[in-house]
Design a protein around this ligand. Structure first.
Ligand code: B12
Length: 512
């Protein structure tokens, strides 16, 4: 189609182009679950096409070609804060330039947490907050003049004479899941099965939705406001059965927000996993695992749970209370021991360098990590910098509660968060979004954290690393042993050099 002829008359059926801008390497590409769920919802009364920038590195040209050849009612882009913002901007700009009339819709964590910021760009017309399965089809209908206007659509932020308007939130919903995700829309879905430490063809799946906890630092709490729902056992069996028998998956990573919930509700799901015999990885909480009875742990073992990612966050009970974590440091230690007994690797994540008491809290965390390693040397440790969400991006129900002291940078000036998507692409803000750096971090402490992490990851190379040969990992571990034992973390130049040759995997950046 000639773009100058835009807009073409509305086609008989609504049609939406959905794009996942590049965020991971091709080897780390996994099913774009957000777009699969949205496509399933859109296809009930219309049509959609998915372009995944993780596999298609020329995704902008592919999108422009698709728009030139077929009539679409809107372009929907999935945007997570951090490294996905820049490619999302590049796509939006390119499309706006060539197809100026086409509505551009941003959805996902970035517009949910920062709707004003997203709308502060002339290439974003609509920002969808929270779950998109109902909001997006309603918006597409409105754009076609077939349903209530945008002003009446819940969960939608839009512009009135250039000013942002935020419609009321949409309530949490858990009954939109299709009988089976439309995997065939991805071309050959087997391209998304990848070798990981779990198996040779690991698939990803989302079972439970949301999380009942409201940790102040977590994007999931901001998106779901404490709501959660587990899937029906039949649905889990159907989806995983298809992944195993239809596509040949031999293991699964759950992209849930939190898999383990109340024990009684978990048992039917664990029974499904035990029948399928697919080694698996999931997000969990220390308290939920500690609450499982011995009989349920037997089922967990049978189900082949290999690793559980648990947010330990801090060794400091007061801080855990302040961030509304709902677990205690002693539970972290206990779960490390419990997992050891049951052959499950705990992957424990920590948030160091909080804005207050920055250095002491960080050193205390290093000592706590050493204690965990003593209890269970197999524990995997992920160290993040604590970068709280801006108060305004918390869920409406949580705003104003336990408001933390204002964030100050190193000079004592208040931290001012970006207010355009472009500002979020500056390296320091990408690092903030990735929990890799914060404005209150001194050069010395930044180096100290980096050095500790280098010594730790060389001393205990992750089992998730398939690429580095065993001898190289053993060598690195031996080289790092004296530094770890004597706490001589500073400037481990020999490990940096060796690590550069071996290139150990960093799970926090790439996923499994
Ligand atoms: C898979 C994943 C990744 C993958 C990539 C995903 C992709 N897009 O290809 C990888 C591993 C690359 C990744 C990276 C990062 N991630 Co990530 N990731 C996830 C994870 C585990 C699952 C996402 C998912 O598929 N969910 C299932 C789908 C169905 O849900 P959804 O994506 O939320 O989509 C729904 C809505 O958001 C909305 N929606 C989404 N897109 C769109 C688009 C349109 C048009 C519309 C209308 C609606 C819409 O509708 C969907 C259906 O309801 C989530 C946690 C989770 N369980 O969600 C974290 C999560 C999204 N990641 C997060 C973060 C912060 C990151 C990082 C930026 C930083 C980090 N340290 O983890 C890194 C970047 C690392 C780096 N250095 O490059 C945070 C986001 C919160 C925030 N504060 O912004 C989460 C919530 C984890 C957490 N608890 O903190 N991630």
């Amino acid at each position: 189609m000639n773009p100058s002829a835009w807009p073409a008359p509305a086609a008989a059926v609504a049609n939406t182009l959905l794009v996942n801008p590049t965020i991971a390497s091709r080897a780390s590409a996994r099913f774009p679950l957000a777009l699969l769920n949205l496509a399933a919802a859109l296809d009930r009364n219309g049509a959609s096409r998915i372009i995944d920038g993780n596999l298609d590195r020329g995704f902008i040209d592919t999108a422009l070609d698709a728009l030139a050849q077929t009539r679409f009612d809107a372009l929907g882009i999935s945007v997570m804060g951090g490294p996905q913002v820049a490619p999302a901007i590049a796509l939006s700009r390119a499309v706006r330039e060539r197809f100026p009339q086409l509505p551009i819709v941003w959805g996902g964590y970035f517009p949910t947490l920062y709707p004003d910021t997203a709308l502060n760009a002339d290439y974003v017309d609509y920002a969808i907050r929270g779950q998109g399965e109902r909001t997006l089809p309603e918006l597409i209908a409105a754009l076609r003049g077939e349903g209530p206007p945008p002003a009446q659509i819940q969960g939608l932020s839009w512009k009135l004479d250039g000013a942002p308007v935020h419609n009321p939130d949409r309530d949490f919903s858990s009954d939109d899941a299709p009988p089976l995700l439309p995997y065939a829309k991805l071309g050959d879905p087997r391209r998304y099965l990848a070798p990981t430490f779990l198996g040779r063809r690991t698939a990803v799946h989302q079972a439970a939705l949301g999380c009942r906890f409201r940790c102040t630092f977590c994007g999931v709490a901001a998106m779901f406001g404490g709501a959660t729902a587990l899937p029906a056992a039949q649905r889990l069996a159907r989806e995983l059965g298809y992944l195993k028998h239809g596509l040949g998956a031999d293991s699964v990573q759950f992209f849930d927000h939190n898999f383990f919930d109340r024990e009684a509700d978990m048992i039917p799901l664990l029974e499904v996993m035990a029948r399928l015999e697919l080694p698996w990885w999931c997000y969990a909480r220390a308290d939920a695992l500690l609450n499982l009875s011995p009989a349920t742990w037997t089922l967990v073992r049978k189900s082949r749970l290999r690793m559980a990612y648990i947010g330990a966050e801090s060794p400091n009970g007061a801080m855990l209370k302040e961030i509304r974590k709902g677990t205690r440091p002693d539970q972290t230690l206990e779960v490390a021991e419990l997992c050891r007994r049951h052959g499950v690797i705990p992957e424990l994540s920590f948030m160091v360098a909080p804005p207050h008491d920055t250095e002491a809290a960080t050193e205390q965390t290093f000592e706590f990590i050493r204690e965990i390693k003593r209890i269970n040397p197999q524990s995997e440790i992920i160290v993040y910098i604590y970068t709280p969400l801006p108060e305004a991006s918390r869920h409406r129900k949580d705003r104003g509660k336990r408001a933390a002291a204002p964030l100050l940078d190193l000079r004592g000036e208040p931290v001012v968060f970006p207010d355009t998507p472009e500002q979020w692409t500056q390296q320091r803000w990408v690092d903030y979004a990735c929990h890799a750096d914060a404005p209150w971090l001194s050069d010395d402490l930044r180096r100290r954290i980096r050095d500790f992490v280098t010594v730790l990851r060389c001393r205990y190379p992750t089992v998730q690393d398939l690429r580095s040969p065993r001898w190289a990992k053993r060598g690195l571990s031996a080289m790092a042993a004296w530094r770890y034992r004597l706490r001589r973390y500073d400037r481990p130049w020999e490990l940096d050099l060796a690590d550069r040759l071996v290139r150990l995997r960093r799970p926090q950046a790439s996923g499994l």
